[in-house]
Design a binder for this molecule. Structure first.
Ligand code: ADP
Ligand code: MG
Length: 401
């Protein structure tokens, strides 16, 4: 367990400077931020700090500027949106380092907030340069990491900064969002109420081998959909036509089928299209009746019903990866129906956790995001965590207790 910001005495925070790493890697359009969910999710941590009278210096990356100051990746529009969401001024430092950064932070009064420019404008960020980490640690008295989305990266503004802050006698704690992510993805799933059902989908088995194996050992049922299922169909000896299949993962799928036995549940029917495009002709067919030229794009109606029945019986549910090419409306029904099934189970008292960027988007699109227990803000990080891989951004924090 890691120490969290709520365990720090508010009276100690007053007048002190907290360096806070957030994940404001948000989509930008010509009019600024197009989806501010990641900004909104950090508001509770920022409010806790400012209400206690702390001065807040925010660090974030945006996109992949690869160590150069590229203006299209500037955080300036994010500072504007944050200011509106917080209903208070947010100072903006035009550089993440040097006098621009240190003077902006030094000018803060108690309860004020500053955002520094994109950390990835500096080559030292992704290289985890200790000198850069020490500079950021030197800006404050406490480090708060609320950036779950980059918890799987060992960068200067994440684990480097935590180590530097601890090195100078300060503490490095989890923000409220980070703590919430860990509570749901780690603690709750360590000892889940049963039956515990895992649902996996998405494009590839290869990126999620760790998650499949880790879940197989813990769940009562593992439902598989998405293109990931296609590789299992091949392992079962079915023809998959022109569908997306990972040829070099068929052997792995065979092993997983054996290992999973009854616990592993695959689709029995699917939606096939002649093209992965809006307006393509579609048919629902048995998974044993896919023909040459068919592309599997979604789970079929019988599978939706079987999966929904399993979900309804569950008391804990973990879902990662869409059931089909849900970006195209005509192929989104399977994914949307699973989103509703998970939300219904949560309404009836189950714990439902959604991990993964596209799965989170699917749940938002289905309009059920506020009915499930938790939608993770970290795609890659949630997959790493579920697979039991180390998370440097978390491991580097001060231990609780
Ligand atoms: P997440 O971000 O939730 O972890 P992934 O990134 O693994 O999910 O997978 C999402 C992608 O998988 C989507 O872009 C979706 O179109 C694709 N996908 C799902 N099912 C299929 C399929 N049957 N054929 C091709 N692509 C698929
Ligand atoms: Mg994805």
């Amino acid at each position: 367990m890691k120490k969290t910001i709520s365990e720090i005495d508010p009276s100690w925070l007053s007048g002190r400077t907290a360096v806070v790493r957030v994940d404001y890697n948000v989509p930008l359009g010509t009019q600024g931020v197009t989806d501010d969910r990641r900004i909104r999710e950090t508001i509770p941590t920022l409010q806790l700090l400012t209400a206690a009278g702390a001065r807040v210096a925010l660090l974030s990356h945006l996109g992949r500027p690869d160590g150069e100051a590229k203006l299209e990746y500037s955080l300036a529009p994010v500072a504007e949106r944050l200011s509106r969401l917080l209903a208070r001024a947010v100072a903006f430092a035009a550089s993440p380092k040097g006098p621009a950064a240190s003077e902006t932070v030094a000018a803060l009064a108690d309860g004020e907030v500053a955002l520094l420019e994109n950390t990835r404008f500096l080559p030292g960020e992704e290289r985890n340069d200790p000198e850069l980490a020490a500079f950021w640690a030197g800006l404050g008295d406490l480090f708060v990491n609320d950036a779950f989305g980059v918890a799987h990266r060992a960068h200067a503004s994440t684990s480097g900064l935590a180590d530097a802050m601890k090195g100078r006698g300060g503490e490095a704690v989890a923000g409220l969002l980070m703590a919430r992510e860990l509570r749901y993805l780690k603690d709750a799933l360590r000892d889940p109420a049963r039956p515990f059902t895992g649902i996996l989908g998405g494009a590839k088995i290869s990126g999620k081998i760790g998650v499949i194996s880790a879940l197989l050992g813990r769940v009562d049922r593992l439902l598989i959909g998405g293109a990931m299922a296609n590789t299992f169909f091949r392992a079962q000896g079915h023809d998959t036509g022109a569908s997306l299949v990972e040829e070099d993962a068929i052997e792995l799928a065979t092993q997983l089928l054996e290992e999973g036995g009854e616990r592993l549940m695959l689709p029995t029917d699917c939606i096939v299209a002649d093209e992965v495009a809006e307006g393509a002709a579609t048919r629902a067919v048995s998974t044993s009746a896919v023909s040459t030229g068919d592309k599997i794009v979604d789970i079929g109606p019988e599978t939706r019903k079987r999966f929904a029945d399993e979900i309804a019986r569950s008391r804990s549910i973990l879902w990662n990866g869409p059931m089909g090419v849900f970006e195209i409306d005509a192929f989104a029904d399977g994914t949307i129906s699973i989103a509703h099934a998970v939300a219904d189970a949560c309404d009836a008292g189950a714990m439902g956790v959604i991990g993964g960027g596209d799965s989170g988007a699917a749940v938002e699109r289905a309009g059920v995001a506020d009915r499930v227990s938790h939608v993770s803000t970290g795609g890659g990080a949630s997959i790493k965590l579920l697979a039991g891989a180390p998370l440097p951004g978390v491991d580097s924090l001060t231990d609780a207790g």
